[in-house]
Ligand binder design. Structure first.
Ligand code: G1P
Length: 298
């Protein structure tokens, strides 16, 4: 295996989840269920489907339930086995079998860039993926796999971009891009990046969504990155440095036009749960039938 192969995923999961209080007073926000599966499991499933089976979670205090969720649950397994309940046994084992999951603590909430820097020792000198848990990508749209392929062919770092309305760009990192000769028009050179610009100052309507494939050169840059927007060490600021560093391979953007579900605030979380429930083979038909009649009463 060459050091150019992407095998590791980093999932920042140290946030306090204050937007979901009181649910997140004693439960990590990553454990909130999307229908019946914790959001974090869906993210690990996505990493595993893209071929990444080494996952590092960057956690903090009160995140023990994450470790329990990805560990064996011996008592439960013995009970379900004795009952012959194979279907539920599979559900219990699934999260354990997905990947080899490791943990490191962030210690202080110093921003996304700092969380990624906490992964340096585990990742070493290899390109790696970063998946942000607030963004869910539909399993039918293999964005991460495409990004890994682009890293293999073009080197450097790769970020996922999505067109958003002008009044939403202040919620995201924003990219100025240029076409790349010979590539599909959705694969672009990133020229400039700015974290959460006011609409009037945004260089485009292209927002960074929470999937990255990063060159290990990002660690050296993050070590030197000063706190930026919100007083936090921003990953976007480090990527801005890499975008203008041909030595580190630059930054390629992939404009994603597939299905993304945001679980970062209450309204979008509810929308994500409804959309994903409606698509489920087991629950979807009954749920959709009920939903239609419910909507008609509004
Ligand atoms: C982070 C990044 C931002 C990116 C966003 C995607 O912001 O800093 O550049 O656009 O994730 O979800 P956060 O949503 O954590 O504030």
């Amino acid at each position: 295996m060459t050091s150019n192969t992407v095998t590791k995923a980093v999932i920042p999961a140290a946030g306090l989840g204050t937007r979901f209080l009181p649910a997140t007073k004693a439960t990590p926000k990553e454990m909130l269920p999307v229908v019946d599966t914790p959001a974090i499991q869906l993210v690990v499933e996505e990493a595993a489907s893209a071929g990444l089976t080494d996952v590092l979670m960057v956690t903090g205090r009160n995140k023990r339930p994450l470790e329990d969720h990805f560990d064996r649950a011996a008592e439960l397994e013995v009970l379900l086995e004795a009952k012959g309940d194979v279907a539920r046994l599979d559900l219990v084992r699934r999260s354990t079998d997905l990947a080899s999951v490791h943990y490191v603590r962030q210690g202080e909430p110093r921003g996304l860039g700092h969380a990624v820097l906490c992964a340096a020792a585990h990742v070493g000198d290899q390109p790696f993926a970063v998946l942000l848990g607030d963004d869910l990508i539909d399993e039918r749209d293999p964005l991460l796999k495409q990004m890994i392929d682009i890293r293999h062919s073009r080197g450097g770092s790769v970020i996922a971009l999505m067109e958003v309305p002008a009044d939403q760009i202040h919620l995201y990192g924003c990219a100025a891009v240029a076409p790349i000769a010979g590539e599909h028009s959705d694969i672009v050179q990133v020229l400039d990046l700015v974290e959460k610009p006011p609409a009037a100052e945004a260089p485009s309507n292209l927002a960074i969504i929470g999937r990255y494939v990063l060159d290990p050169a990002v660690f050296g840059v993050l070590e030197r990155t000063e706190p930026g927007r919100g007083g936090e060490i921003q990953l976007t600021d480090a990527l801005q440095v890499l975008a203008s560093s041909p030595d580190a391979g630059g930054v390629t953007g992939v404009i994603f036009r597939g299905r993304r579900y945001d679980t970062g605030d209450r309204l979008s979380y509810l929308q994500a749960v409804v959309q994903l429930a409606a698509q489920r083979e087991d629950l979807g038909p009954d749920f959709t039938k009920w939903l239609k009649s419910f909507v008609a009463t509004l």
